[in-house]
Design a protein. Structure first.
Lengths: 459, 510
């Protein structure tokens, strides 16, 4: 699963038992067969990409974006997934607690190294020194840090806990929380409507975009399905790579397709095909723009740069999803320097550049960014200089609209649950705050239950 | 469609007239009741006439095909902790012995990793079977049951149980729905997926009881909350051990129950019998079959006339299902031989599922499968990964398969199959199997050897074969392409035409 099939040798290409053996087909002469123009002689040599979940429904000239009354449509949410379980205790460091240093003799971040958040003696916390970019955003009032975020009966499986966060359901099953949000926007789920999408939903709606190979569960709705691609270059029809002479007839097909009035399904496909071609070009153009600031070199940074490009191009997409993996630091995670520090530095510098870019564009007020990880790590380090799967951890939100500062106190370092931090804020109340105060929907209709809205957005 | 008057869709399922069953109808039958056929296969079935053609597809036992031995997959990868391990774990927990805990956890993780590799092998095995089988309807129905009794590896986490369940669907693919329902409540993967493994008289779990009625047999609204509660009690003690169903008598609630129309000390079989006694059950299953093979539910309401005709057809199928005591074949025979099934309001109105697209392309075009793992991943990107349905409700199908994103994946996967152009990152696997399109147009030359050199005739032939029609804009595009290559019909030109055809919106229809 999950893209790993090719690591085992696959069975040789099967042929249908009903198939004719081509060698038995005597309809053509050998000369005819060999006389082929070898038009595609080079086709088997790999030219990148065929299976990108690409494209995106942008409004077409005729599409006419349907407006949702009362919803602030130009507001964007960017989710950064920190995959693998980010060590919250070495992200927001409780330097004032001896318990912290006792539990982490090899990997603790010292008081001197921590970037203090100025909460004073009552809550002495600081950021990991690699998070300078975050600290500067924090100082500018662009960052909100919610401490002790988790959920009841924490699950320590990467898969399950990630599903729980992505579905906002403690069983980890069902549609994604942002998928449900998109469903509610497009089809009136939870608003008393019948939940049926209008027949042409796909052309008047803007599915969430995930920059990566696999679209996350979080974006999977019942009706709205996410669009995802790793790079915009892979985000198109690849027939032109086979031979350039295929490009023009392809455009002819998609542009001249007349929706078949008698066959609504065919008409729907014709519209989607045109959308696909138009939006593919639009996205590639948007992303090819030179950014207004310099981005550091990292995968997360490239993803955020693409998001900034799409925002700048005026795309109507409301939800973007990017991922930053590698946080499963069971061994040799390091302290102020080392593996975990590098991951944090990549994160902080990418987010910093992203907001610099958005500011230069004048779009910073439109974009809220939220980062999360499936769980934090255990309080005590293990024998391999790393940490094992734990529970509660801080969550960060960015943008000028956030309720800036550190929210809640650091979870107790003394009152532990079998060596794990006890959560103080349910992550779903943060989702509720984002949905209610930023995306402009009734959170209960999306989350399937009432959660106190955490005040993370003040706009 | 030639031969069929395009009047309104008839609601009554009456046998299509023999003279109306030709190439286009045989093509449609092969696509819907299987994964499509080559031009030669289409012509063979057309020559047989509708009854023999449908019999050929339905009576799968007449076509020899080897079963997959159980030993093909390792049944022992996933196993619960042994008593000794459990003791060691508890002891380590008490003592705070992190080393031992970590070691035991690592063992579990390695086991899970190994099992995830095996589920990949199971997926590829099934895909290969769908591509290879001489009994396409058997695999199509297996796929139907997989979507109907949707169970996901994501929760089951036991690849052998998923394999076993798939074999159960195959064994009953064209058998009796009642038999299958009695079996499914004993299926380890299903029991695990719907949390029945620990359900006991003291604390019955309602998940399986609810879905058994809501999604598997009766449909929402055709049972009460009380039926769920009592049904859950009937299913207590239904669990599994060692890859087998196991009835845990100690956990079973032996008290009296009232479920639907039945009362008594009902167990799981009593519960299923009560369900099968409901008219709603036949209505529901007949409706699902009609929605899978004929018109997707969202297209049954296209117009009032279509809506009424579809409703009537479903009722007739439901009556047939009851008459046949839930045997599936008579119902499918009625549908596949009916004029309704071949009406223009039904033909070309379904969006291919990702599996239908991929398996169908390989079978109909005789394209090399190239790499099964890549194809599994491609179908996943299109929204349908077998063994991993999104929820117990299965795949919605219809328009939900398509957005701009999945459309590109569909088109580009076709480019991969036809030309071997590999996606980024797969270079190491580059297998230079060439696709030979020539056998496809061979039937053309039988009538007139010169026609295979005529781009117009070749275009028309390919369009009718792939799309069931030859629309003018599509024709123009193909001829313009041929013109750029001096109108010389070579295998490469035919491949290029197929690349273009598979990028046409209509190619997604079946």
């Amino acid at each position: 699963m999950c893209g790993k099939h090719h690591d085992t040798p696959s069975t040789p290409a099967p042929r249908s038992a009903l198939h004719l053996n081509p060698s038995e087909a005597g309809a053509y002469t050998r000369r005819e067969f060999l006389g082929g123009s070898l038009l595609f002689a080079s086709a088997a040599i790999s030219v990148p990409a065929f299976m990108q979940r690409s494209a995106l429904a942008l409004p077409t000239a005729a599409g006419g974006l349907s407006s949702i009354p009362g919803a602030p449509e130009d507001r964007v949410l960017v989710v950064i997934q920190l995959g693998g379980g980010n060590d919250g205790l070495n992200t927001v460091v409780p330097y004032g607690f001896d318990e912290y240093y006792r539990a982490r003799p090899g990997i603790g971040v010292s008081e001197e190294q921590a970037l203090k958040l100025g909460r004073g003696a009552s809550d002495p916390i600081g950021l990991h020194p690699a998070l300078e970019g975050v600290k500067s955003l924090f100082d500018e009032g662009y960052c909100s840090i919610v401490q002790g975020v988790g959920y009841p009966n924490p699950n320590r499986s990467h898969f399950t806990s990630m599903d729980i966060w992505q579905t906002a359901d403690l069983s980890g099953t069902g549609d994604g929380w942002l998928g449900r949000f998109m469903d509610s926007e497009c089809c009136g789920f939870g608003n008393g409507a019948n939940g049926q999408a209008p027949a042409d939903t796909q052309t008047t709606n803007h599915p969430p975009i995930s920059l990566g190979r696999e679209a996350p569960v979080a974006l999977q709705g019942r009706r709205v399905k996410p669009v995802s691609f790793e790079t915009p270059d892979l985000f198109r029809w690849t027939g032109g790579d086979i031979h350039p002479s295929l490009e023009r007839p392809y455009q002819q097909i998609t542009d001249n397709g007349k929706p078949d009035q008698d066959n609504p399904v065919a008409a729907f496909l014709t519209r989607t095909a045109l959308d696909a071609r138009v939006s593919s070009e639009q996205i590639r153009r948007a992303v090819s723009l030179q950014p207004l600031v310099r981005y550091p070199q990292s995968q997360l940074s490239r993803q955020l740069q693409m998001v900034a490009g799409m925002v700048r191009a005026g795309m109507k997409t409301r939800v973007y999803y990017v991922t930053h993996g590698g946080f499963d630091t069971h061994a040799g995670q390091g302290g102020a320097n080392g593996r975990h520090a590098n991951l944090l530095r990549q994160f902080a510098s990418a987010v910093r550049a992203f907001y610099d870019d958005l500011k230069a564009q004048g779009n910073e007020g439109r974009v809220l960014t939220m980062s999360f990880s499936e769980f934090g790590r255990r309080v005590g380090q293990n024998d391999s200089g790393g940490t094992d799967h734990g529970t509660a951890a801080p969550m960060m939100l960015f943008g000028p609209m956030v309720n800036a500062g550190a929210i809640n106190r650091h979870p107790s370092m003394r009152d532990l649950d079998d060596g794990d931090l006890k959560y103080t804020t349910d992550f779903r109340s943060i989702y509720a705050g984002v949905l209610g105060d930023w995306m402009g929907v009734e959170p209960a209709s999306v989350l399937g239950g009432k959660f106190r809205k955490a005040r993370v957005v003040t706009a | 469609m030639a031969g069929i008057p395009s009047d309104t869709l008839p609601g009554r399922l009456e046998k299509i007239r023999d003279e109306d069953f030709g190439y286009d109808q045989a093509r449609h039958l092969l696509l819907r009741a299987g994964f499509g056929g080559t031009p030669q296969q289409i012509r063979t079935l057309a020559g047989w006439g509708v009854e023999r053609a449908v019999d050929h597809l339905l009576e799968v036992e007449r076509i020899p095909y080897e079963a997959t031995p159980d030993q093909s997959f390792d049944r022992d990868i996933v196993r619960p902790f042994s008593d000794a391990e459990r003791r060691a774990y508890r002891q380590a927990q008490r003592r705070g012995d992190e080393d031992t805990l970590a070691r035991l956890r690592l063992t579990r993780q390695q086991m899970q990793r190994q099992d995830r590799r095996q589920i990949g092998a199971v997926q590829r095995w099934w895909l290969e079977r769908m591509i290879e089988t001489p009994r396409p309807l058997e695999e199509k129905m297996t796929l139907f049951w997989h979507g109907h009794f949707a169970t996901s590896y994501r929760k089951v986490e036991d690849s052998f149980h998923m394999f076993q369940q798939n074999e159960l669907f195959r064994a009953h693919a064209l058998g009796n729905f009642g038999d299958l329902l009695f079996r499914i409540i004993r299926d380890p993967a299903m029991i695990r997926y719907l949390d029945n493994q620990a359900s006991s008289a003291q604390s019955p779990n309602e998940n399986l009881a609810r879905e058994l009625m809501e999604l598997f047999s009766l449909g929402e609204g055709n049972y009460s909350e009380r039926d769920i509660k009592e049904g859950a009690r009937a299913l207590t003690g239904y669990t599994y051990a060692d890859d087998q169903f196991y009835f845990n008598a100690e956990n079973h609630d032996r008290g009296g129950k009232r479920i639907l129309g039945a009362r008594g000390n009902l167990d799981g079989d009593g519960f299923v019998s009560a369900i099968l006694g409901e008219r709603n059950c036949a209505d529901f299953i007949a409706g699902k079959l009609y929605g899978f093979f004929a018109l997707h539910p969202e297209d049954q309401t296209a117009t009032d006339e279509i809506g009424e005709a579809a409703a009537r057809a479903r009722r007739q199928l439901a009556a047939e299902l009851l008459r046949a005591r839930y045997d599936l074949r008579p119902v499918l025979r009625t549908l596949f031989t009916s004029g309704h099934f071949y009406h223009p309001d039904v033909v070309g109105r379904r969006i291919k599922s990702p599996i239908e697209l991929v398996v169908g392309a390989i079978r109909t075009l005789n394209a090399p499968a190239r790499d099964l793992g890549v194809l599994i991943e491609a179908t996943a990107l299109m929204g349908q990964q077998v063994m991993l349905p999104p929820s117990v409700a299965g795949w919605d199908g219809g328009r939900s398969w398509i957005n701009t994103s999945t459309l590109f994946v569909r088109q580009n996967t076709m480019n991969f199959l036809l030309t071997g152009k590999l996606p980024a990152g797969y270079d190491a696997l580059a297998e230079v199997a060439t696709f030979d399109p020539w056998p496809l147009i061979e039937p053309l030359s039988e009538l007139d050897p010169a026609s295979v050199r005529d781009p117009e005739k070749v275009s028309d032939f390919l369009l009718r074969f792939t799309l069931g029609q030859s629309p003018q804009p599509a024709r123009d595009a193909l001829l313009a392409f041929a013109g750029e290559h001096d109108n010389a019909v070579t295998p490469d030109l035919v491949t290029g035409m197929l690349v273009l055809i598979s990028a046409m919106p209509e190619y997604q229809l079946t």
